[in-house]
Design a binder for this molecule. Sequence first.
Ligand code: URA
Length: 232
Amino acid sequence: MTAQATATERADQLRVLSEQASGCTRCGLHETRTNVVFGYGDPDADLMIVGEGPGQHEDEQGLPFVGRSGKLLDQFLEEIGLRREDNCYIGNVVKCRPPGNRDPRQAEIDACADYLRSQLRLVDPKVVVTLGNFSSKLLLKTEIGITRLRGQAYKWWGRFLVPTFHPAAALRGSARVMEEMRADFQLVADVIAGKLVYEADPAPAESDSSGAEPEEAAAVDAAPVDQLGLFQ
Ligand code: URA
């Protein structure tokens, strides 16, 4: 009962936050957006997916990943027995569409970081999947590209993070990209099934983690998620 009440409370807090975000003017992106795309899915999910930022369709509908990329994402989820509204929560680094789908700027990322931090704290997933170079490099604080990063689960702030390609890249790319993405989602299924056990490192290295390579991300895994120095 207690756990259920907690899940309900967290769902309520997410809803309140989403309502607050719908009028957000923290950065210049509010001037060109149609809708804030806060996030969508199960507030008590084991899996949280983090994309880069809304595109045109998402901006129009106020929901993440609703275009062709979203359909492919739904397919990968289905293959591991998940649906976006069932044990999955989808969000983005920035909640408003950057004009012309350019990459979000640092000031925009900083202005939006509290929303993502709160989503991670409230959903409290077992595993985070970052889609594409942008969110993967940002959350893992690395310059290593997605092609080399992907294929493994990293320890990340008390949970696992699985970086994979952006579905748009899979749609544009070769059959190999598609297969590698499929393998990454299988890894996600393994984490959810408890086949990978998270073991905190006994003695965190002396490091402020800035610019940390992903392997070093484990050094900060004991930090509470609400102090997440996500993008600094
Ligand atoms: N690409 C993203 O990174 N996020 C979306 O919501 C849609 C497309």
